[in-house]
Design a binder for this molecule. Structure first.
Ligand code: NAD
Ligand code: ZN
Ligand code: ZN
Length: 339
């Protein structure tokens, strides 16, 4: 089968013919319909985030059609359309036991620890990692498994701070951020949304998706601009989908007293914290991916038409060009590879 292979930092991804994986008793072989290209893959390719094996097939945002099932699998049958939950946990630790596999310290993420979905087929280690699509297009479902699941969890963390008269800031309107706007509109429709990005095209998209205000992230004082737009009060919650020094500084400068900042972007920035450094009782937390039950909720939002990823489809062969464009901030929404 055809697969992309990542060997080393600085080397282009190759397309190769690799052996089809063997299907063990509890495995499921899925023919990939869509595999999203996430900025986290760029962090891997740039050497900022490590992978467990090399070469490796990247791609942790996948959906497709079940092709073969192991002898003990009864939950799905060949032909089923499935979203692949990617935060595979070890299955036995306390976090996995309480269904928080996305927090597992010994995870087996496809596309990071084992081969992922930028290929014709993906071996899924257990049917519990599949959610049936029940009619949803697998090409649309692929980005829902991360580009929507991750902001869903992050936005849920701040919903208690939001509602009529309250304000949410979304920093970075890329693959995750453009879904965050839609998710916020679905979960807290009366909240005012402020989108911050360095690209005019992304800010136009933010407006089209329903952001009430857009702010140029390149401005000298994003915090002052946001305070001016909010009666000097600032934002009740900020979700940062970049996470570098500049965006964390902007998040802190625009946060209101008693607000909450959620860091999702893994660009490696630092947010200095002390009693007086941030507004009084401002909470700061991170958010990683999502749980299987949260993925089911995200798929339901999509089925109801409340969230729709803006996607551009590309063949596996386009991967290096796609990565270059993602690096330059020139991808609108999400690129989904359709092998
Ligand atoms: P993306 O490249 O699609 O989007 C990033 C957006 O940020 C772009 O629109 C870009 O123009 C904008 N941006 C860049 N610099 C900015 C700045 N200074 N101010 C405002 N906006 C700026 O990336 P993505 O796939 O949406 O991923 C976003 C981040 O989230 C990445 O760091 C990725 O690794 C991370 N991520 C984290 C998790 C998690 O579980 N925490 C999951 C998936 C992705
Ligand atoms: Zn990702
Ligand atoms: Zn675990």
């Amino acid at each position: 089968m055809k697969a992309t292979r990542f060997y080393e930092v600085g080397k282009p991804i190759t397309i190769e013919d690799v052996p089809e994986p063997e299907v063990g008793p509890t495995d499921v072989l899925v023919k990939i319909s869509g595999a999203g290209v996430c900025h986290s893959d760029l962090h891997v390719i740039d050497g900022e985030v490590g992978v467990k094996q090399k070469p490796i097939t990247l791609g942790h945002e996948n959906a497709g059609i079940v092709e073969k099932v192991g002898s003990m699998v009864t939950e799905v049958v060949p032909g089923d359309g499935v979203a692949i939950f990617g935060a595979w946990g070890c299955g036995v630790c306390k976090l996995c036991e309480r269904q928080e596999e996305n927090l597992c310290q010994n995870p087996i993420y496809p596309g990071v620890m084992v081969d992922g979905g930028w290929a014709e087929k993906l071996l899924v280690q257990h049917p519990r990692n599949l959610v049936k699509l029940n009619g949803l297009d697998p090409v649309i479902a692929a980005p829902l498994t991360d580009a929507a699941l991750t902001p869903y969890r992050a936005v849920k963390k701040v919903v208690p701070k939001l509602g009529p008269g309250k304000r949410l800031g979304i920093i970075g309107v890329g693959g995750l951020g453009h879904m965050a706007i839609q998710i916020a509109k679905a979960l807290t429709p009366a909240t005012q949304l402020f989108a911050i990005d360095v690209s005019e095209e992304k800010l136009t998209m933010a407006k089209e998706l329903g952001a009430h205000h857009t702010i140029d992230g390149k401005s000298d004082d994003v915090g002052a601009e946001l305070k001016a737009l909010t009666d000097g009060e600032g934002l009740d919650a900020v979700v940062d989908f970049v996470g570098n020094d500049a965006t964390l500084k902007n998040a802190a400068a625009s946060a209101a007293i008693g607000s909450k900042i959620v860091v999702v972007g893994i660009a490696g920035g630092t947010l200095p914290y002390s009693f007086w450094k941030l507004p009084l009782e401002c909470e700061v937390t991170s958010s990683i991916w999502g749980s299987r039950s949260e993925l089911k909720e995200v798929l339901e939002l999509a089925r109801l038409g409340l969230i729709t990823p803006h996607i551009e489809t590309q063949p596996l062969e386009a991967i290096n060009d796609v990565l270059t464009r993602l690096h330059e901030g020139k991808v609108q929404g999400r690129v989904v590879l359709t092998p």
